[in-house]
Design a protein around this ligand. Structure first.
Ligand code: TYM
Length: 331
């Protein structure tokens, strides 16, 4: 595979285990072989976060989390979306290409807008167009994400294709999703049929990268389980057991089948204790590093400032080409 990687994460509440296993760990691995651009999508976060201090704090915290997980700002570009003008500028052009009908099909908008769609901000509706702009501003070819972003990426491909057809054949590459690893959809600890999410009101439903060992152990202990002895992978009938098994496999970097064999006769409580141990083992160093980084906001800001300059150097010329292709006069 050759190409350029782009991906983004919303600085809403900090990072949970699903973000880590479904996306960020893959971001870190991909840096070995590809030019990678990773973005804190604060413009997207503004669709739901209307608290000035929380926005600033979360942006630094998520930056610290990414660095602590191993995103290397020497190899990769790490920056905040609002610091590179091309994202919002290209989004406008793409808003003028993407039909409303395509956006009406987006399931995440329906979920997030809830019952009262009339009151949802316009930004939430056009959110996936901004996502397409994020990717296309860098002519990125591959986008590592969790399963939940698949529909948005299909839309980004369609929008890229539509722009190419109208204005310039072959201008944008059609970006491909990279959905990698065992844990592409980590589920809630309280309900094996709901996605683990930063916005779930119950903190017990998720593992945050800021959780200390004690809370990890408590959350795994209280995680929903069933009465069957032995851990098996059967998402239809045993969603909770299957989720915990998947998390174990992903953390251990082993296959689900292999882990299922190991715990085939193990009672739930013993399995949970082993899972909690493994999780603390893997996450504690990240949490410690994150805390250390959070004590030095000046360093985080400097990393993001440099990242924004490097990102802008790629995106601004692409935007100029786009403006030329649509016929804007550049006197
Ligand atoms: P966000 O901030 O919700 O999540 C960031 C990444 O984490 C993945 N993820 C999960 N993976 C597995 N299991 C889960 N429970 C789980 N929860 C989250 C997401 O799939 C994502 O990869 N719209 C995007 C951000 C974005 C973006 C982009 C992504 C904006 N522009 C351009 C790629 C390319 C979002 O809200 O991700």
């Amino acid at each position: 595979m050759t190409g350029r990687i782009f991906s983004g994460i919303q600085p809403t509440h900090g990072i949970q285990l699903g973000n880590y296993l479904g996306a960020i760990r893959n971001w870190v691995k991909l840096q070995q072989d590809y030019e990678c651009i990773y973005c804190l999508v604060d413009l997207h976060a503004l669709t739901t976060v209307h608290d000035k201090d929380a926005m600033t704090r979360n942006t630094r915290e998520v930056a610290a989390a990414l660095l602590a997980c191993g995103v290397d700002p020497k190899r990769s570009i790490l920056f905040a979306q609002s610091n590179v003008a091309a994202h919002a500028q290209l989004a406008w052009v793409l808003n003028c290409v993407a039909p409303i009908g395509w956006l009406n099909r987006m399931t995440q908008f329906k979920e997030k807008a809830g019952k009262n769609r009339e009151k949802a901000p316009v930004g939430l509706f056009v959110y996936p167009v901004l996502m397409a702009a994020d990717i296309l501003a860098y002519k990125a070819t591959h986008v590592p994400v969790g399963e939940d972003q698949k529909q948005h990426l299909e839309l980004a491909r369609d929008i890229a294709g539509s722009f190419n057809n109208r204005f310039a054949e072959g201008f944008f590459p059609l970006p491909e999703p990279l959905i990698l690893g065992e844990a592409t959809r980590v589920m809630s600890l309280r309900d094996g049929r709901a996605k683990m999410s930063k916005s779930d009101p119950s903190d017990m439903s998720r593992i945050n990268l800021t959780d200390d060992a004690e809370s990890i152990v408590a959350k795994i202990k209280k995680a929903k389980s069933d009465a069957i002895v032995g851990i098996t992978y059967d998402p239809e009938n045993r969603p909770e057991a299957s989720n915990l098994l998947t998390i174990y496999a992903a953390l251990a970097e082993r296959s689900r089948a292999d882990v299922a064999r190991q715990f085939a006769d193990t009672p739930f409580s013993t399995f949970k204790a082993e899972l909690a141990d493994l999780m603390v083992d893997k996450l504690a160093p990240i949490t410690a590093e994150m805390r250390r980084l959070m004590d030095d906001p000046g360093h985080i800001d400097a990393v993001l400032r440099e990242g924004a300059a490097r990102a802008d150097a790629i995106a601004a010329p692409v935007l100029e080409e786009v403006y030329a292709e649509v016929g804007f006069l550049r006197p």
